[in-house]
Structure formats: C-alpha cells, structure tokens
Design a protein around this ligand. Structure first.
Ligand code: TEU
Ligand code: CA
Length: 555
C-alpha cells in the first residue's frame, strides 16, 4: 500500500445515525443532537471510526430532512448550531470523524431560492431550478418517486410554468446548469468543511445533470428502474470534477456518493482516484433483489447465488482501482436481519451476527446502520395509517387509485418499507425503549422489551458484543481491509464462502445464510486452520456449517 495514500476512509468502519430515531433528549418524541451527544460514549464503545449523520438542516420534513430550506442552519426539532458544535467536538475528542449528508439534487420548496424563483419568470433565482413555460406545452414525461401521480412536472399557476421534481412536489430539483447555483453549493460546502466536518455522503448525486431540453426518455429505459436514466446526465462528471477542484481537494475528507443508477461498468468513472471526483459510492443492485417496482415482493424470493454474484461483480470492478462500500442497512432500507437474515426469535441474534460478519469481512468500507448492532428487526406495520414515510404512503395510494392489490402491497412493505429501518433505537426495556419520555414520532417495535442495548451490554454473547468483536477484528487485521477477495463455490445455494488474501495470509470466511445445516465445497486444506471468530460457541472447522453459522478461519 502506498504509504502516502489517504487511506483512513478505506480502513474506517462507518456507523450511520438517523437523528430523528436515535435518541430524544427533550421529550418531544423526536430524536435530536443533544440525544446523540448523550450517547457519544456508547458510540465510541462500538469501535467505529466515522459517523454518517443524516440531514440535520432546517427542513419542513416532507421527506424527513431530505427537503432542505436552509443549508447552513440546524432543524429546530434537532436543536441549535451550538448543539451541532458540541456534537462535532464531542466526536472529535473521541477520535470519531463526522460525515454529513449533502442533499443538492433538490432543495425544499420552502427554501428562499424557490420562493423567489416562483414569484416571476424574471426573478434572479428563477434558473436555480428547472422550469418549462406552459405555452411550450407540457414537457416530455419524467417519473417522480414521491408525486401522488408519479409525475415529476408540477404546474405552478403563478408563472404559468412547470417545475421539475424527481421526488416530492416539495423537493424541486436544483438546476446545476446554472454556474451561480453551483457556486452557492460550493460555498455552502466550504462553510461546513471550515467548521471541521470530515466529509459528505452525497444524496442522489448521480441525478444532478439534466438535459435542459428535457427530451423523451429513450425506449431502452422502459420497465427499468428509472434511476438508470436519471444518472446519465452528460455533464455529471464535469460537475463532480469541478466540485473536487473547487472544494473537495482543499481538505483531508472523505466523500461517498449515494449512487442510484451507477453500475459495475460505470463505477470507476466516479471513484477512480485519477479522475479526481469522489472516493466511494454505494449502489442498489442487491437492494432490488426479489422486489418489483414500488418495493412489492416478487413471487420468487431472492437467491443467495444472485446476492453473491452482485457482490463478486462489484468487487471485481473495484479490484485494481477505486474503492467500494459494503452495506445492507440504512434509513432507506428495511432492517437487515428481516431482509437478509431471519428475524424469528430463535434465529434473530445468530443471523444478525452472521450478517455482521459479512459486512465487516468484505473488501470495501462497511456502512453499518444504527440498531443493527443489537439486531433490531422490522416492525411490520399491518395498516397504512401506521406509516409516516412519504415513499410508502405515496405508492400505497397510487396502487389503490389504480385498483391494484393493496393487501399484497401492505404484506410486501412489512419486509421492504423504509419505515422498518426508522423505528426508534431500542436503548432499554423502560417505557418507549428509553428513546423518549414523550410519544415517539414513529411506533417502536414491541420487541424492545427483550431486544435493547441495556440487556445486551450485560451479555458477553450478545449481538452488540459480537459487533464490537468483529469491528476489533477488522481493525486488527489489514487482510480484511485490503486482502484480495475470491468467492468459493459461488453457486452454493446456502453458503457464502470467500477468501481474503494479503501479504501471504489467507483468511476464509464461511457464512450459512439458511437455518439448515449445509455443506460447502472448498477444496482447501483446513488441517491447520485457526478460528478467528465464530457466532457459535463451538465453531466448526469443516465444510459443514450449522444454521446461520458464521466463522472466519486463518488458514
Ligand atoms: O434516496 C434516493 C432514493 O432513490 C431512495 O428513495 C431509494 O432509491 C429508494 O428508497 C429505494 O431504496 C435518497 C435518500 O437516501 C432518501 O432518504 C430520500 O428520500 C431521497 O434521496 C430524496 O432525497
Ligand atoms: Ca427531541
């Protein structure tokens, strides 16, 4: 490894905090910055290096903070800028870096830029956004993730024009064609870097370039996830290289793209260090396995062989240049133990540990989501009224309007909905799981009485302490960071087996993704193998694995 490489973000374990659901300090039922500050010693105890903090900027919360009305102020519900400063210094004192969320594909419609822009066609802020005058006729269709009719063009009577919004009507897309807008964004980024933050996660950054003539979406994108078209804007990499020149290259920071629409063929365009754009990106290929549009479950369950093929293809794409990310959970995903493991009482802890072993033994920076370290599982709401997320609500009512199968939609969203990952963190068995003394903004999983931080702190074999052990192992073992990855028995339907090889050392990772005993064909000599970690007290050094068994062997 070239010693001059800035590699701290390759060796880091990133822990994601969704502030609304992390910890509430003032009893209003909403998590906040002081709530995080009171848990900094807990966060430190996990052994992680970087916190990715979801948006905390002023917002009307149409999309829980992903609709920003003031990029340089703190959302009232979360606290004040003084609270932010205390949080940042509290993290830095503990050797934890802070990565913030950059949401610049769109702003809130309550941002003063948009309020001005919709006043008149001549307003200087008009072309901070994408407008088409109505006399030109409605522009060619664009899909919207969160529009009640799925239509990304909203007619605005005040100036007799349409504005573009890939997400909700309250999230108008920013016009990156406009150099004045880009300058404003770069100045805002400098503001946060000068305060000392350590990087940005960049929200749907792949969507920021649009053809201002808004041509029809090409046929070949029909029936595909529309983000693959949205990510093809021809000036995208010009903007990212300009952002790197104007801002990113001035600081020792990390950047990670949320990369809907990126593929293993295009990823190096974003993360090849020589291109001077971004450090990392995360994709959605595995997230879509076994799902139809609107996150409805397909008839056929996802297959382990397909999951392995995706991770192997992405590892190959990034084997020589660039760097990858490894995740299952985040605020847009269901709980990993419900989606990829087994959240039944018998298997929840064991399969959580197995998934954690995977996330922390692959090649690429792991992004680990709050609550997964204790094996939190999906709350599985039975009725639409329990949901808060604009995504599920919008798709439900669209399905209902179309006369679709809303019963199957509700059953599917018990597995796939984003709100499953947004239920408040379960700290202990007291009222509201110790998250709040008030009524939580979103219901808490009733299993908090047994699944919580406090009970697991006292149990050496808990999911929480296993997570700490896995983090410590990864930090002590550069083979798990830099080692060459090679999958073994790729078609095995139950077991994910791979090696990591670095400077003459070979580690073998064996993961049974099923509850049944299974056999893998390794073709390796295990006679001298040492067990580095296992989720069973009595781990097997063999080609036979018990239900959800995870083990890492030094060969
Ligand atoms: O998500 C981008 C996005 O496209 C997600 O909605 C994702 O594609 C979908 O949920 C399938 O998993 C980012 C933020 O992470 C998300 O929370 C915001 O709602 C969205 O952008 C708009 O800012
Ligand atoms: Ca609060």
């Amino acid at each position: 490894m070239n010693p001059t490489n800035k590699i701290w973000w390759k060796e880091a374990v990133v822990y994601q905090i969704y502030p609304r659901s992390f910890n509430d300090s003032n009893g209003d039922g909403i998590g906040d910055l002081q709530g995080i500050i009171s848990k900094l010693d807990y966060i430190k105890s996990l052994g992680i290096d970087v916190v990715w903090l979801n948006p905390i900027y002023t917002s009307p919360n149409d999309d829980n903070g992903y609709d920003i009305s003031d990029y340089q102020n703190i959302m009232a519900e979360f606290g004040t800028m003084a609270d932010f400063d205390a949080l940042l210094s509290g993290m830095h004192e503990r050797g934890i870096k802070l990565v913030m969320d950059l949401v610049v594909n769109h702003s809130s419609d309550e941002h003063f830029w948009f309020k001005a822009a919709r006043e008149s066609r001549e307003n200087p802020y008009r072309d901070y956004y994408h407008w088409v005058n109505a006399e030109q006729g409605k522009p060619s269709p664009r899909w919207s993730f969160f529009d009640p009719d799925g239509d990304a063009w909203k007619y605005d009577a005040a100036t007799n024009a349409y504005y573009l919004h890939y997400f909700s009507q309250k999230q108008p897309d920013l016009n990156w064609e406009n150099p004045k807008l880009r300058r404003e964004i770069y100045d805002m980024m400098h503001f946060w870097f000068k305060k000392g933050i350590d990087g940005f996660r960049m929200d749907v950054i792949t969507f920021i370039s649009k053809d201002p003539t808004y041509p029809p979406i090409p046929e070949k994108y029909t029936g595909k996830h529309w983000e693959y078209f949205y990510a093809t804007g021809e000036r995208l990499h010009e903007y990212l290289q300009e952002m790197n020149r104007e801002v990113l290259s001035h600081y020792d920071i990390m950047t990670v793209a949320e990369g809907p629409g990126t593929t293993s063929e295009t990823i190096l365009d974003f993360v090849d260090a020589d291109r001077k754009e971004l450090n990392m990106s995360y994709h959605f290929e595995h997230a879509y396995l076994g799902q139809l549009p609107r996150k409805v479950l397909a008839a056929e369950k996802w297959k382990l062989a397909d999951l392995k093929a995706i991770f192997t293809r992405w590892d190959t794409a990034l084997a020589e240049r660039g760097w990858g990310t490894i995740y299952f959970g985040n605020h847009d995903q269901p709980r990993m133990v419900s989606r990829w493991g087994n959240d039944s009482p018998h298997w929840r802890a064991l399969s959580s540990k197995m998934l954690t072993t995977f996330l922390l033994s692959m090649r690429g920076t792991p992004y680990y989501y709050q609550g997964d370290e204790i094996g939190m599982s999906n709350i599985k709401f039975d009725k639409i009224e329990d949901y808060q997320d604009i995504e599920t609500l919008n798709w439900y009512y669209l399905t209902q309007k179309e006369g679709g199968d809303v019963a199957h939609f509700i059953e599917s969203h018990k597995i796939t909905a984003r709100d499953n990952g947004r239920t408040p963190v379960q700290w202990n068995a007291t009222q509201n799981a110790g998250f709040s003394t008030g009524k939580p903004w979103l219901k808490i999983n009733p299993n908090y009485k047994t699944v919580n931080v406090a009970v697991q702190e006292r149990d050496a074999d808990s999911v929480l302490n296993y997570f700490r052990k896995m983090v410590a192992l990864r930090k002590s073992e550069p083979t798990l960071v830099y080692g060459k990855y090679a999958v073994i028995d790729a078609e095995n339907p139950s077991i994910y087996a791979y090696t990591r090889v670095w400077e003459g050392k070979t580690l073998l990772v064996l993961l049974n993704f099923t509850s049944k005993k299974a056999k893998v064909t390794l073709g390796l000599d295990l006679s001298k193998a040492q067990v580095l970690i296992s989720n069973y007290a009595k781990s097997s050094v063999s080609e036979y694995l018990k239900g959800y068994e995870a083990t890492i062997l030094l060969l």
